[in-house]
Ligand binder design. Structure first.
Ligand code: BGC
Length: 731
């Protein structure tokens, strides 16, 4: 099934179907930096139980079978986590805030059961407004209904909703506003105590099993004198209003929903009830909130939009990616971005290397303040990383494969948790890129130095010295289909680079700082020795890098015999035992290294590596395609580069892959494909300006993009034979 693209700035859906509804809920998720809301309908959907309890086990997410196949409500505030006995800290799905049921006489409106025509649902990517309209053929006559809602960028704690009715007969309509706390997260109930208050709107206070507290309120404005009638059922509280609709007259119901938590870095400290009251009192009139909301979105787009002339599909998919990258840009540096972009519950709201390698470049170049928050998140969780290192018996700090608010390891699959150690070096790679491209030297010399030093200490105690060389054994590289390898080239190269950075920054540090961190000359010598001698499995004769020193020993596999159904991931067609001992890659590994250090590897090595690994890479991970596109671009193979970008574009929208959330790393990757690949943005040149070497595919006439670099803003415009880089005034 494929989605159509009709408008490059809108996501549209014109047929309701139980087959793809869940995908649209994920793809049209809204967000404002404080909270995120899946695009589920306001009303209940027949048969879609939202409080089902079960154990979603930490299987390989790529391969698992999914529950709640038609609809999954989701309201997520990053940083609000529950304690799960197996999954550790899990992002909590909060009570359903936008709930509104409609009844005409005794008939409840339901997308599955009711008769209606002219259905249309759309999300305007320019401002995050979700709209649905249709004509409900009630027993009393046709009723036109239009639902609109947005998470306000102006008042981050608020959801604003409006429903407009136009009846084609006089009729009586009952509007039921509800808040539903009967929801679970991945089948788990994290709510320990619950208080529901009806009167002057609906209010709900929760304490989660993490001890965190959440308060929610909704207030409705309805036409006329309608009085609220309150109802309770379990953890659902509701208020109903009876409206008399007149033939051809428009009637409007407005609702404001508010969320606060005790983890908010609250501007106004105080108890949750008091803060909610203040927010209700301070609510602006809807029109003025809306215009401020739109103004903020406009500004966000101005600093990040990429314009493509000559390829509508690339244009649409880049905007789709940018929309989601903007919506999830958190206001807090106590959280990062989870693998599903806060649009679903797969991966339990955890953070991966995706943050540094796939997302950070977008924020560094378009919104350095947000990049700083992401880098600072790793600084705030350094203590957690220290505890991790200690728990494994090492010194220093070891960032977790799956992180959450505490910075401690959250991954319950030992293979990834224990062996996928490259994430610690990836964090440092991201830190250094941030500091280099923004010019934030102060951060590098203070927080950065502590991160560098502590991770270097981890590497020094994790690496082993043998026969004059240094080695990292028992490692899983980014290619997760080979768990227990020796000297993974990606990992070792990244570690060596990160030790090199540590030494550089230490060199620039004064004696006092070195003493404060307990740095000794012997320690520096050790870092230097490891950095120089960490083994990279380089085959000089073939000008080729092995994925790991022992890679050649793994079994060759006949893909055609094993992977007989190419519509399923390769990993579904083979036992894990066999997968773990054969040369079949889940995703780009050594090839990723060729991109991350694109200036350091010769054309020949890149060519040899991609030629060899491409044939044995399954791309079972969504992170894989775009890296191939970028490396092919560097090699000047425009066709292959574009073909891979097309595969990356399709994942979420066209191939309807967003049911469990957005592949947000791929969204960040696609932006890199468009800007750092086709648009040629390599980094910073000697004079501090953008270094641009375009790789425009033949059919693309022009790419225009903004760049923020070392405190200055530029507009880059790339055409076939022309590059223009213009410095812009601050706005
Ligand atoms: C990929 C990892 C990635 C994770 C979260 C996995 O399937 O193999 O590289 O970090 O998904 O996106």
């Amino acid at each position: 099934m494929k989605n159509e693209i009709r408008n490059e700035r809108k996501l549209e859906n014109r047929d309701f179907s139980t087959e793809d509804n869940k995908h649209f809920e994920g793809a049209m998720t809204q967000g404002n930096g404080y909270m995120n809301l899946r695009a589920s309908f306001e009303e209940d959907l027949d048969g879609e139980e939202q409080g089902e309890r079960y154990w979603r086990l930490p299987a390989n997410v790529t391969l698992e079978k999914i529950r709640n196949p038609v609809s999954k409500w989701g309201l997520y505030v990053p940083g609000i986590y529950g304690k799960h006995p197996i999954l550790g800290e899990e992002l909590v799905n909060l009570p359903y805030l936008p709930g509104i049921n409609l009844y005409c006489h005794n008939e409840r409106f339901d997308m599955r059961l009711s008769r209606y025509s002219g259905y249309e649902r759309s999300l305007d990517m320019r401002n995050g407004i979700l709209r649905r309209s249709l004509t409900w053929e009630t027993l009393a006559g046709p009723l036109e209904v239009c639902w609109e809602r947005y998470l306000s960028m102006a008042e981050k704690h608020c959801l604003f909703q409006r429903i407009t009715f136009c009846a084609r007969e006089d009729m009586e309509l009952t509007v039921e506003n509800f808040l539903d706390g009967g929801v679970t997260t991945n089948g788990y109930d994290h709510i320990e105590s619950f208080e529901g208050i009806c009167g002057g709107g609906l209010e709900m206070y929760l304490t989660l099993d993490s001890g965190q507290q959440v308060g929610m309120k909704s207030v409705c404005r309805v036409p006329g004198e309608a009085k609220a009638v309150y109802k309770r059922h379990g953890r659902r509280i509701a208020e109903t209003f009876r409206l008399d609709l007149k033939n051809q007259e428009e009637a409007v119901v407005e609702k404001a929903g508010i969320v606060v938590t005790d983890a908010d870095e609250a501007e106004e400290p105080g108890d949750l009830k008091g803060r909610i009251q203040d927010l209700v009192r301070g609510l602006r009139d809807p029109d003025s909130d809306l215009s401020e909301h739109c103004r903020i979105w406009e500004q966000l787009w101005r600093q990040s939009d990429v314009e493509i002339d000559g390829d509508d599909s690339l244009q649409f998919h880049l905007r789709f990616s940018i929309y989601h990258l903007l919506r999830i840009a958190n206001d807090s540096s106590r959280v990062a971005v989870d693998a599903k972009g806060y649009a679903g519950e797969a991966y339990f709201g955890h953070y991966f290397w995706d943050t540094e390698i796939y997302l950070l470049p977008f924020y560094i170049y378009t919104c350095p303040e947000q990049a700083k928050r992401l880098v600072s998140f790793r600084y705030h969780t350094l203590d957690g990383a220290r505890r991790n290192a200690k728990s494994y018996g090492y010194r220093g700090a070891r960032y977790p494969w799956e992180a959450c608010v505490s910075g401690e390891e959250q991954c319950s699959n030992w293979q990834y948790a224990d062996l996928e150690i490259h994430v610690t070096a990836d964090v440092i790679y991201g830190l250094c890129k941030y500091c280099e491209l923004t010019g934030d030297e102060e951060f590098l010399r203070r927080e950065g130095l502590e991160m560098l030093l502590e991770t270097a200490r981890y590497w020094a105690s994790r690496a082993e010295k043998r026969k004059g060389g240094w080695h990292l054994t028992g490692v899983m590289g980014p290619d997760e289909y080979l768990p227990f390898t020796a000297d993974n080239a990606y990992t070792n190269y990244m570690v060596s680079d990160s030790l090199c950075r540590t030494l550089e920054v230490l060199e620039g540090a004064d004696e006092e700082t070195r003493a404060a961190f307990g740095v000794t000359p012997e320690e520096c010598m050790l870092f230097d020795e490891i950095r120089r001698n960490l083994y990279i499995p380089y085959d000089r004769e073939r000008k080729f890098i092995w994925q790991s020193a022992d890679f050649a020993h793994f079994e060759d596999i006949d893909f055609d015999k094993v992977w007989t159904d190419r519509s399923r991931p390769f990993g579904n067609c083979i036992s894990q035992e066999r997968n773990y001992r054969c040369k079949a890659l889940k995703q780009a590994d050594t090839v990723a290294l060729m991109y991350l250090f694109r200036e350091r590897f010769s054309r020949e090595i890149k060519k040899n590596c991609i030629a060899y690994y491409e044939d044995i890479t399954t791309h079972d991970s969504s992170l894989s395609y775009i890296v191939h596109s970028l490396v092919y671009g560097d090699l000047g193979d425009k066709k292959a580069s574009y073909d891979y970008a097309v595969k990356s574009m399709r994942l979420d929208w066209e191939d309807q892959g967003a049911a469990e959330g957005i592949h947000i790393a791929n969204a960040g990757g696609l932006w890199q494909g468009g800007v750092c690949g086709f648009g040629g943005l390599l980094g910073v040149d000697e004079s501090g300006r953008p270094l641009v070497r375009p790789q425009l595919p033949e059919h693309i006439v022009r790419i225009r993009y903004p760049v923020s670099l070392k405190g200055k803003k530029y507009q880059v415009c790339v055409e076939k034979d022309h590059i223009q880089i213009k410095e812009c005034e601050e706005d």
